[in-house]
Ligand binder design. Structure first.
Ligand code: GUN
Length: 292
């Protein structure tokens, strides 16, 4: 068996078409153009690429975007002042500070400084708290994108054994919370594995749906999964460069061996990545709608 490929590129395109209509309506009926500020601190090459993709997506959809590039040795105080300014700026409905931040900056303080109404990443403790108890809020983009991928690919999650590998605040913990809730792409029985899990393969072999977000290539190989599993690979690892100088990307899952046993799998690139960006656009539009 060779797995069906779940194309995040295709599904994100469908969602973008839906969002375009919402943006036109917001502009024509309410005179509101959604606006996103993206803040990049330092010059990490991967972060630069991600912020560039987010800006490009804004411009393709007709979302106003403002990019702020800051030096890697900026003080926390200066960054907090910038956020304060963006919180008050009426053209800006969403604020995205690309993570990770340099060592001298306390990430948690920065996230807490963002107005929860503009926290389109869904990282502010107020939004995380609301998410956990199932209240309306901005959902973190990657986990929300994963749920949309599953729902729009017709994957049944109700009663499914979902195994998540990786306990980050950005992916593992929120996706665990969302998938156990009574909601679309929810109602699953969820297990979360991490670096101290005793027998990772024992858990991954039980999974009907396996979500891998560890940040390490080949965390999961073909011998660690059961026939017919649906695999969502969240990883983006740069393992070298092509002779033309383009980054070679692989996920956290050993695609070649796992695809022989899986019913469906997301590729890297072209799987979860495009979904994260489109969910950020969706949250930015929602933030703008919330102001009318
Ligand atoms: N770094 C890795 N993923 C993300 C994300 O979704 N948002 C932000 N702000 N930083 C990230």
């Amino acid at each position: 068996m060779s797995a069906k490929i779940i194309s995040g590129t295709e599904i994100a395109k469908q969602i973008r078409e839906e969002l375009k209509k919402e943006i036109v309506e917001l502009k024509e009926r309410h005179g509101v153009t959604p606006g996103l500020a993206t803040v990049l601190v330092g010059d990490d090459p991967a972060s630069k690429v991600y912020v560039g993709q987010k800006e490009k997506s804004c411009s393709n959809l007709g979302i106003y975007s403002e990019r702020i590039d800051l030096s890697g040795n900026i003080s926390e105080e200066k960054l907090l002042l910038l956020i304060e300014k963006l919180n008050k700026d009426s053209r800006i409905h969403g604020i995205l500070v690309q993570l990770p931040l340099p060592k001298q900056i306390n990430e948690s303080r920065v996230i807490c400084a963002i107005d929860p109404a503009k926290d389109v990443d869904g990282f502010h403790p107020v939004n995380i708290g609301k998410m956990v108890i199932g209240e309306k809020c901005f959902l973190p983009c990657t986990p929300h994108g994963i749920l949309e991928l599953l729902a729009r690919s017709g994957v049944q999650t109700e009663g499914a054994e979902v195994v998540v590998v990786g306990r980050s605040n950005i992916v593992g913990k929120p996706v665990l919370n969302l998938m156990l809730q009574k909601r679309p792409a929810g109602n699953a029985t969820v297990t979360l594995c991490h670096t101290k899990t005793k027998d990772l393969a024992f858990h991954t072999k039980r999974a009907d749906i396996l979500i891998v977000a560890t940040g390490y290539p080949k965390t999961v190989t073909g011998d660690m999964v059961k026939e017919g599993v649906v695999v969502i690979d969240v990883g983006v690892n740069r393992i070298g460069k092509t002779p033309e100088g383009k980054a070679i990307l692989v996920g956290d899952v050993d695609f070649e061996s796992v695809k022989e046993k899986a019913a469906a799998i997301t590729p890297v690139p072209g799987g979860v990545g495009p979904m994260t960006i489109v969910m950020l656009m969706k949250n930015t539009i929602q933030a703008a709608k919330n102001t009318i």
